[in-house]
Design a protein around this ligand. Structure first.
Ligand code: USQ
Length: 382
């Protein structure tokens, strides 16, 4: 396959580039370094310093003998994106190039506006570039479980059949997001659904939960190939944050009652899910949706696991309940269905003690880089 990976410098983008490259596919990696520059402006650098995308591609080529082509540019600029499509002629485009943080989108009006503009214009440009260059190209977009919110009913995989006054139809599962970022993801699902109906393009939307971990096989080959691990309030996700907090001797920041339940995913399984979706594409005129999680936990359950492993490793972990800066249900029903990707062949890696211990080991190695001020800043939802 010729694969175009947008947002290739990110936590998931870079490991995905190596995953496809390692399996013999021709990869072009695109990024505008938004996250790098936003992290620098917010003094929220990743735990492990990461070479830039061109340098990483060079390290990868030296180690694997395989070439990843790199283009630095902004996909919201159609004059940049269209030539990339014309020159690389992808069979598959993987779209990670979004502002990915809920807290970032809640910092200010300007950051909310940037999130909507960036995420929607980028998605729109991809749909147009596919139509103009190769309408058969499969778009794989990273969606989020957060689009569904936390409804009182089971969460189906993307669609819901509704019977109303004796008639039936299938609709997108009701969405009710908890941040401007998550709302922008609902909007870009809607945009792609419109173009699937109108132009007959093929799209897979992967509704992913918070991801954890660093190790994918390829990332283990050299520490310069590790993904950018964020533990700060803006760009860090829960499990990665808690591990770094435990290593730093910073009490684990449980927001509110800690009953917030989400579906989690090992970074190894993100790789598998995206790869399996690429190998077995959506049909023409199909918006295929999978819930990309492998197990569900509450914040309290994650805190308990991280404390248990941290204490075993001598970190003496404390757990702290702090006033929830977000507006979200702290105790709720949560029962998502997630069998579609397993039917495609996903073999899940669960949140085992060994997986946590491996992450502790890496975090401990870079303990001196931890910026305690970045851990909690208290971006408030209202
Ligand atoms: N939380 C805490 N303490 C913390 C950080 C978070 O209790 O120190 C809570 C949050 O309030 C939330 C849960 O943990 O209830 C998950 O938070 P998170 O920061 O790990 O995840 P979230 O902001 O929802 O966003 C992340 C990714 C995003 C992805 C999403 C999947 O940044 O790109 O879309 O996970 S999901 O959560 O399923 O929507």
């Amino acid at each position: 396959m010729k694969v175009l990976i947008l947002g290739a410098d990110g936590y998931l983008g870079w490991p995905t580039c190596m995953y496809f490259s390692n399996r013999g596919h021709e990869v072009t990696a695109v990024d505008n370094y938004f996250r790098r520059s936003a992290a620098t402006s917010l003094d929220s650098e990743p735990l492990i310093p990461t070479p830039n995308l061109l340098q990483r591609a060079k390290v990868w080529e030296d180690i694997s003998g395989k070439k990843i082509n790199v283009r630095i540019g902004d996909i919201t600029d159609y004059a940049f994106l269209l030539p990339v499509f014309k020159e690389t002629r992808p069979d598959t485009v993987i779209h990670y190039a979004e502002q990915p943080s809920a807290p970032y989108s809640m910092i200010s009006r300007d950051k909310a506006a940037f999130t909507i503009q960036n995420n929607l214009t980028g998605t729109l440009n991809i749909a147009y570039a596919v139509k103009e260059t190769n309408p058969d190209c499969h778009i794989i977009k990273l969606g989020t479980m957060g689009e569904y919110g936390t409804p009182e009913i089971d969460i189906e995989e993307g669609w819901l059949e509704i019977e109303h006054k004796g008639r039936k139809d299938k609709f997108l599962f009701p969405r009710q997001a908890g941040s401007v970022y998550h709302t922008s993801k609902i909007q870009d699902t809607d945009l792609l659904w419109f173009y699937v109906r109108t132009w007959g393009i093929r799209v897979t939307d992967l509704m992913q939960g918070p991801v954890y971990g660093l190790s994918t096989g390829e990332t283990d080959k050299d520490e310069r190939l590790l993904p950018n691990l964020h533990y700060d309030e803006i760009f860090g996700t829960l499990i990665n944050r808690f591990i770094v907090q435990a290593v730093a001797g910073y009490p684990l920041t449980v927001y509110g009652k800690g009953g917030q339940t989400r579906g989690y995913l090992n970074i190894r399984d993100t790789m598998q899910c995206v790869y399996l979706s690429g190998e077995q594409p959506a049909k023409k005129g199909e918006l295929r949706i999978f819930n990309q999680v492998t197990e569900t936990f509450s914040v309290n359950q994650i805190a308990e696991k991280v404390k248990r492993i941290g204490d075993k490793l001598g970190c003496n972990v404390n757990v702290q309940t702090i006033e929830n800066p977000r507006v979200e249900k702290e105790e709720h029903y949560y029962n998502p269905k997630y069998t579609g990707l397993m039917e495609l062949g996903l073999k899940p890696h669960h949140l085992t003690d060994e997986a946590l211990e491996g992450m502790f080991k890496v975090a401990a190695k870079y303990k001196e880089n931890i910026n305690r001020d970045a851990i909690f800043r208290g971006v408030k939802w209202r």
